[in-house]
Design a protein around this ligand. Structure first.
Ligand code: SF4
Ligand code: SF4
Length: 376
């Protein structure tokens, strides 16, 4: 007996994709050219034709928790060759943004990253928090000191810890809750296709993450698409963030375990690593901006530009802070350090709501995709 299925399109979801990607999903006539040209598309789960169909039908549940949308690295091959200019690569990019919005709560936070008019608030809020906590606790020191520029004199380490440790914990919690829901939804979506049934075996899932990490670190996904030239620049930015996190950890270790205080010599190996990372962050961000601007037809929204701007200005303000200190310009150096702290606050506190959250969600989705394949 023939079976039938009814679907309930989410019309708001369709309208949202159309408005966010600046496109019209109705343009797609399902020729499948996109799935054929995509070198990352998998034989067992080809994309993005199927996702274009789901999107035009408004099947939000099948897309928001669909690991396939995270296998795409937005190279643009499919968009360039789509005979209807439906821009499937940009649609998948929009779906990833919507997925981040769905899982990183509270949803109200995302309004700050979808509207460029709210940009000033991303700096006013941290400026107020740092100033109020600093002056309220009496830890922030506005006296010029003894002439030697020491940032810990202006913003003691305890003040930085009082602000950034709770922020990091909240960010970790938002990710933990988001990833937990994301995994649950991916499992439910896959179970409809009989890919994964039963509860997730977390030990096995963790092993899958570890086995996938080398390919993710090597940026293998970027190498596969002919249109994608972003591998080197993306690596520069990604590795800079990782090595700067290591540098911060090393300085904390030096302070509390070795009782060694900043500023450190320029020939200190960790300081050398920090400087190389800072320069790589600026150069990588500039290259990514240049490549995005050069990509004819690619749709870049505020969500994309915010992250590139954040990476660039984190690097610039960090390097300028050091240059002004070496030039012995106390107030210019302290002011620049304050501005650098505002960008750092943006990075830490808003991480789950910005495009940088893709680091977490993409890793989990790729691992889930391989985990579900093994379980079949
Ligand atoms: S997005 Fe374009 S290439 Fe892909 S199925 Fe639709 S019309 Fe064809
Ligand atoms: S943008 Fe590139 S990776 Fe993404 S679906 Fe299209 S061809 Fe594949």
């Amino acid at each position: 007996m023939a079976s039938s299925a009814s679907i309930e399109p989410d019309l708001d979801f369709i309208a949202q994709i159309n408005s966010d990607s600046g496109l019209n999903l109705k343009k797609c006539y399902q020729c499948a050219t996109c799935s054929v040209v995509c070198t990352l598309s998998q034989d067992d789960q080809p994309f993005p034709r199927k996702e274009m169909l789901y999107a035009s039908w408004g099947l939000k549940d099948r897309l928001i928790a669909n690991p396939n949308i995270w296998l795409c690295y937005n190279c643009g091959d499919c968009s360039a060759l789509c005979p209807r200019d439906a821009r499937p690569g940009d649609v998948l990019n929009t779906l990833r943004k919507m997925s981040i919005k769905e899982y990183s709560k509270p949803a109200a936070m995302h309004q700050l990253f979808n509207d460029s008019r709210k940009l000033p608030w991303l700096f006013i809020i941290p400026a107020l928090i740092i100033t109020i906590v600093g002056l309220g606790t009496g830890l922030m020191n506005l006296s010029p000191g003894n002439g030697r520029i020491v940032f810990a004199h202006f913003f003691p380490v305890l003040l930085i810890e009082m602000i950034f440790i709770p922020l990091s914990l909240v960010t970790g919690l938002v990710f933990f809750l988001g990833v937990r829901r994301f995994l649950k939804d991916m499992q439910a979506t896959s179970a409809q296709g009989k890919a994964v049934s039963g509860p997730i075996d977390f030990k096995r899932f963790l092993i899958t993450i570890i086995t996938q990490l080398p390919a993710i670190i090597r940026h293998e996904g970027f190498s596969s698409c002919s249109e994608n030239k972003r591998k080197i620049s993306h690596m520069m930015v990604a590795f800079s963030f990782v090595s700067l996190a290591f540098v911060a950890g090393a300085f904390v270790f030096a302070l509390y375990v070795l009782n060694s205080h900043a500023p450190y010599d320029q020939i200190n190996p960790v300081k050398i690593l920090a400087n190389i990372s800072g320069i790589a962050l600026i150069a990588g961000s500039l290259l990514l901006i240049k490549e995005r601007r050069a990509k004819a037809g690619q749709i870049n929204g505020y969500f994309d530009w915010y992250l590139l701007g954040l990476a660039l200005f984190l690097g610039i303000t960090g390097m300028l802070t050091q240059i002004l200190r070496l030039a012995n310009l106390p107030w210019a150096a302290y002011s620049m350090y304050f501005i650098h702290l505002l960008f750092t606050f943006n990075l830490v506190a808003f991480l789950p709501y910005t495009k940088l959250a893709h680091l977490v969600y993409r890793t989990v989705a790729i691992a889930f995709y391989h985990y579900s394949k093994e379980k079949k």
